[in-house]
Design a protein around this ligand. Structure first.
Ligand code: BF8
Length: 678
């Protein structure tokens, strides 16, 4: 009897530590699948977040484990710092030094992830340009020529006194070689820095933060943060800025450009989002991770007649592809492949019982996927040499650009063969939303611009006349420490309600898609009158999906185009614009945040920042960087206040530009106008 009570007590104790599905997510599909997992006795990230609390000292950025005398932990004294801050580690490192070291190591991690992705793309690009692979081709020749011009590569030749277009293959090889050189060139500075508005470029020059090459800035962070090297938080963050710029205006921007040239520049297209895109009677393949080098081939192969016919011989009606994380964004924006879910839904896709294969490459992939896959028939396939899993149920099929199509065929065939092994425990939540994606610098120009009056004229005009109050870039991850998608959606809705147009990437983009905010119809429901009018006139959603996290470079370039179009100042920091990552999680988010700030953007993060334990350093990020670059960090966990901070900044900039009155006029109704006229 006593034993039974003990077992019961243990069971209750265990049950108490499971996540409450409603409290864990605002999304009904996610809630349903968390409950389903619990019913099946499978733990998910939501449960683990209940069972393990974060370390309070690490959370504040004040634990140094960079040498074996530590880890040294420097908690804030109860009641805060009164007088001099005397905290120090064994070597004497202050809280500022430790927090700054940790912070820029996060930047190094984030910049490395984005940039190594970019390097992989550049290598494949060069192989394609040299015709060493049949699988990858130069698809968008207009963008090839545009990028070549930016890089200073000749696109025409003089023949017998006449100017002729240069051979595109030759241009492609030069673009590939020059691009690849950006990772390790011995002298000079990154080529793309010159794409920024001149005043911003001048600020970088003055501050001494122009990246020399991509790899060097990341390596230098690791050196400077080694025990006993850089011990001045201002100097440390200076290097953090340099590495982050090497990400945003380097590795990420190159990744975006070269991917667009190889796979096509996105233009608006329609698709669907959420776990409900999976189909009971189809082979379901989920592609998860980041690099389109893999996913492009999986898309091509799984849409081929050969594979669809093969699936039919196995009793399936067809093949349903879906994406998770930024791979979802990549194949959504170029092919309209539906998005199965965000970062926090990756385990849930397998728990449907209908996932015949999950194919992963790099970044944001839970190791627990292998444990979840073990409970079902799902084949979990790793494909990248740098990202393998220790669990023995994981298949590793290395993807190589020289035989990419064969690799992709082998993988898709494994998924199809696995269709017949499905168990009876299938439950696909019936929730999905329609979404329009595929926006970018070029398509914004097409939809909101006017070639006869300058590229971004219409957008600028609508900002100046006040219909559009400003521009927000809302990006970034989910984080199991907060309710899934709640802050993402609340921030975005508050912004569009106040006539701020939103540019989204990453998991925020998927969250908005799941919520129906990427549909033009949502303008009538959620937007303020000015933005609603613009969206309905032009036929666009109020939230423009610009792609994956490397595609945050599209936001930098879109902002630059707005500056160039005129009437809104001379630099990005003059624009009525702000950035946000409401539910950030990864080191990549910190790198993005830093290059947004160093590009002049007021950037608000949700949750917390790992700098709270070093108030002086935190203040430097929040206030001093603005004097150098015009952008600054801010932190607000409450989503409505978070959005209101962004709106207040936008209004401040409108005032500085002298266009605040225009908006007041737009907001007057007819009766007000008539009164004025009378
Ligand atoms: O690079 S938003 S959770 S998927 S890190 Fe990861 Fe964050 Fe999603 Fe894409 Ni970006």
């Amino acid at each position: 009897m006593a034993e039974l009570t003990k077992v019961k007590e243990k069971a209750e104790e265990k049950a108490a530590k499971l996540a409450d599905p409603i409290a864990a997510s605002i999304d009904p599909a996610t809630q349903q699948m968390i409950a389903r997992a619990q019913q099946l006795g499978i733990d998910t990230v939501f449960d683990r977040a209940e069972q393990m609390k974060p370390c309070a000292i690490g959370l504040q950025g004040i634990c140094c484990k960079n040498c074996a005398m530590g880890p040294c932990r420097l908690p804030l004294p109860k009641g805060g710092i009164q007088g001099e801050d005397t905290r120090k580690g064994l070597c004497g490192a202050t809280a500022n030094t430790i927090a700054a070291r940790n912070f820029i190591r996060m930047i190094a991690g984030g910049a490395a992830a984005h940039s190594d992705h970019g390097r992989g793309v550049a290598e494949v690009f060069l192989a394609a340009a040299r015709k060493e692979t049949d699988a990858y081709k130069i698809k968008d020749t207009a963008k090839l020529v545009a990028v070549a011009k930016v890089m200073g590569i000749a696109t025409t030749v003089e023949v017998d006194g006449a100017t002729q277009d240069r051979n595109l293959d030759e241009i492609a090889v030069e673009v590939g070689e020059l691009a690849l050189n950006e990772w390790g060139k011995a002298s000079g500075e990154l080529l793309y820095l010159k794409r920024a508005p001149q005043p911003l470029y001048d600020k970088w020059t003055k501050a001494g933060v122009k990246p020399r090459n991509i790899d060097r800035e990341i390596v230098e962070i690791m050196h400077r943060t080694h025990m006993g090297v850089d011990q001045d938080y201002k100097n440390l963050i200076k290097q953090g800025t340099r590495a982050s710029l090497a990400d945003g205006w380097g590795g990420s921007m190159l990744a975006t450009d070269l991917q667009d040239i190889m796979f096509g520049t996105p233009y608006p297209l329609q698709s669907e989002a959420n776990l409900g895109i999976m189909k009971q009677d189809h082979v379901n393949i989920i592609v998860h991770g980041h690099e389109p080098i893999l996913s492009e081939m999986i898309v091509a192969v799984s849409q081929s007649k050969e594979m669809v016919d093969y699936a039919k011989t196995k009793g399936a009606k067809g093949i349903q592809l879906g994406g998770i994380c930024c791979t979802a964004n990549e194949i959504f924006q170029r092919h309209g492949v539906p998005q199965a879910g965000t970062f926090l839904q990756q385990e849930l896709a397998i728990i449907t019982g209908a996932c015949d294969a999950m194919i992963v490459d790099v970044q944001c992939i839970f190791q627990n996927l292998a444990n979840v896959a073990k409970c079902f028939h799902t084949k979990l396939i790793t494909t990248h040499p740098i990202a393998r899993m220790e669990q023995d149920n994981v298949l590793h099929i290395e993807f190589d650009e020289h035989h990419a199509l064969e690799d992709a065929k082998r993988i898709v065939k494994i998924a199809i063969d696995n269709f017949q092994n499905r168990g009876s425990e299938v439950m696909i939540p019936q929730y999905k939303a329609t979404a329009i994606g595929g926006f970018g610098v070029e398509s914004i120009e097409y939809h909101l611009g006017g070639t006869f009056r300058g590229t971004y004229y219409t957008l600028n005009d609508n900002i100046i006349n006040g219909r559009i109050r400003g521009i927000a870039g809302v990006v970034g991850c989910n984080n199991a420490r907060t309710r899934h998608n709640e802050a993402h959606i609340a921030v975005v809705k508050e912004l569009i309600k106040n006539d701020v147009i939103v540019l989204t990437t990453g998991c925020n983009g998927i969250a908005c898609a799941m919520e129906g905010l990427l549909s033009p119809e949502s303008a009538a429901v959620f937007c303020g009158p000015g933005l609603k009018e613009v969206c309905e006139t032009v036929g666009i959603p109020p939230v423009l999906h610009l792609g994956s996290c490397v595609d945050n470079s599209r936001i930098l370039l879109a902002a630059t185009e707005v500056v160039k179009a005129g009437g809104l100042g001379k630099d990005i920091c003059d624009l009525p614009a702000a950035g946000s990552a409401p539910e950030w999680m990864s080191e990549k988010a910190i790198s993005i945040g830093q290059y947004f700030v160093a590009s002049g953007v007021y950037t608000v993060f949700g949750l917390h920042l790992p700098t709270a334990g070093a108030p002086v350093f935190h203040d430097y990020l929040s206030n001093e960087l603005e004097k150098q670059f015009g952008g600054k960090w801010d932190l607000e966990a409450d989503p409505i206040k978070h959005a209101q901070l962004m709106i207040a900044h936008i209004d401040k900039k409108r005032k500085e530009l002298g266009i605040d009155k225009a908006r007041d006029r737009v907001l007057m109704d007819m009766a007000d106008r008539q009164k004025l006229e009378a």
